[in-house]
Design a binder for this molecule. Structure first.
Ligand SMILES: Nc1ncnc2c1ncn2[C@@H]1O[C@H](COP(=O)(O)OP(=O)(O)OP(=O)(O)O)[C@@H](O)[C@H]1O
Length: 228
């Protein structure tokens, strides 16, 4: 068992939306380099948990750390910069910009981060090639299959060499064969870069790829979330 401090650490996290308590006192550690699956019934708080871990939402109570950074105390702009510089995201749908080609979609996070266009395009091409999409670089998302579009989204999430990849039901819109391939690709590539992966899923086949799973029920982790 590694004694390294966790890369992500939540303590006593509460998050409400109006009268609805989405997270109700969550303690959770995520170890650097692990693949963690977050499972649980619909509406139990999985996506909210992912968004707090990723610094998208600030908790109403409790603390959220990324390494030594107390993310829960950062303002919106600093959290946005942290996400851009350190994290990658893969969601179920709607994440690719429809008017941009696959190549430009993948290059975009690098351009936003201020990299020169030539360098951004070269890296985007390299990731598209690794994902078997070299011949589709000039297509727009509407001209791609669901599985191809998800692989473009994976390239876009990995192109910045993130320390952590957050995936929310990344295969929810795909048939089971495509889902299996997309998951295998995501994890193989993420492991190759040493990235930590946090995946929200309903699908036990997806969770089977994880090193560890936690189950969220009624806004709480049922089972062990804190590492020894
Ligand atoms: N942006 C929001 N505004 C208002 N309520 C929200 C918002 N996000 C989540 N909630 C509420 O918080 C609770 C937890 O939602 P969350 O999306 O985290 O659950 P989930 O486990 O990811 O669900 P599913 O598996 O159906 O996606 C739900 O009651 C939901 O209605």
């Amino acid at each position: 068992m590694s004694s390294a401090p966790p890369i992500l650490r939540l303590r006593g996290v509460r998050k409400r939306f109006g009268l609805d308590t989405a997270l109700d006192g969550v303690d959770l550690d995520v170890r650097a380099g692990e693949v963690l699956a977050i499972m649980g019934p619909s509406g139990s708080g999985k996506s909210t948990l992912l968004h707090v871990l990723a610094g998208v939402y600030a908790p109403d109570e409790g603390s959220a750390h990324y390494l030594d950074t107390l993310v829960s105390e950062l303002g919106e702009a600093d959290r946005a910069r942290l996400r851009l510089e350190e994290f990658g995201f893969v969601f179920q749908f709607g994440q690719l910009l429809p008017d941009l080609t696959a190549l430009d979609n993948v290059a975009l996070p690098l351009l936003i981060a201020g990299r020169p266009r030539r360098q951004a395009v070269r890296q985007a091409k390299s990731w598209l090639t690794q994902l078997g999409l070299a011949d589709h670089a000039g297509k727009r998302p509407g001209e791609l299959s669901g599985g191809q579009a998800q692989r473009v989204a994976i390239a876009r999430a990995l192109v910045t060499a993130p320390r952590i990849v957050f995936a929310d039901e990344p295969t929810g819109s795909l048939d089971s064969l495509s889902a299996e391939q997309v998951m295998a690709t995501l994890l193989e590539l993420a492991k190759g870069t040493g990235a930590t992966v946090v995946i929200v899923t309903h699908d036990p086949r997806v969770a089977a790829y994880a090193d560890r799973e936690v189950v969220v029920r009624d806004g709480r982790i049922s089972g062990v979330g804190i590492l020894a």
